[in-house]
Design a protein around this ligand. Structure first.
Ligand code: PGA
Length: 240
């Protein structure tokens, strides 16, 4: 696991965008696993600027998002579909048919999981971008999720719902279910890029770097992956 510590969030975003841009320049048809959350927003902004400056093109790239809330309409302001379009896809030259996000707004969630797994089986993801939850979750793989899981429907923990409460009017509006890539889908990517910023992530980063590999801390699975880069800012690195 390679760890890069940056001075602040702006530098973290630059470093992460640099990794993504370098891969895309080398391999214009690369497949990216993408993440929502506040951490990658700065990275996405830099990528948008690079596309606008014609330094970079996603015209042949494919993307696969980690997760989506269940039973929230795609066009709901807090759906991950909306988030990804607002924060990235609407502003770059990616083709709509090359964007893949799990379908959570469906009555047949089992079919939706099976469909996404089939898609991922042929996706050959070059780089998976990840954030990390305060409890070590990656995607919506909460503590004690078996490392062998593929795409599944998860009941969100009260901690994760409380963390995401800030985006909704009340805790009652925060969805209780989500569909997520499983840990085995995530670790199938050739390369992993995990980002963490701020003091709220410091304990999780210490556990990731210094702790054991255990299903009690999902991100610890990354210690078994051959090509992981972790980019953290000084505050997130404070307990190392
Ligand atoms: P954040 O979320 O980027 O909003 O901190 C990360 C996560 O919970 O996976």
């Amino acid at each position: 696991m390679k760890i890069i510590t940056t001075e602040n969030y702006a530098d973290l975003s630059k470093a992460a965008a640099g990794v993504i841009a370098a891969l895309l320049k080398k391999k214009p048809d690369a497949a990216f696993g993408l993440a929502t959350g506040s951490t990658p927003v700065g990275t996405y902004q830099i990528l948008i600027e690079m596309v606008r400056a014609k330094e970079l093109s996603f015209a042949r790239a494919k993307t696969y998002n980690l997760d989506e809330y269940c039973h929230l309409p795609q066009d709901h302001p807090q759906s991950y579909y909306t988030f990804m379009h607002r924060q990235l896809f609407d502003h770059i030259d990616i083709l709509a048919e090359n964007i893949h996000i799990p379908l959570g707004d469906t009555v047949d969630l089992e079919k939706s999981c099976a469909d996404y797994n089939n898609l991922l089986a042929g996706a050959d993801i070059d780089l998976q971008l990840l954030g990390i939850g305060g409890n070590g979750h990656i995607g919506f793989n909460e503590p004690h999720t078996p490392f062998t899981k593929t795409t599944f429907v998860v009941e969100l923990t009260e901690k994760t719902r409380a963390d995401n409460r800030r985006f909704f009017n009340s805790i009652d509006e925060v969805p209780k279910l989500a569909i997520t890539m499983g840990i085995s889908n995530i670790t199938a990517a050739r390369r992993i890029l995990l980002l963490a910023s701020g003091a709220a992530k410091a304990a999780a980063i210490r556990e990731l770097v210094k702790g054991e590999v255990t299903e009690a801390f999902p991100a610890s699975v990354l210690k078994n992956h051959p090509d992981v880069t972790v980019i953290i800012d000084r505050e997130a690195a404070a307990l190392l």
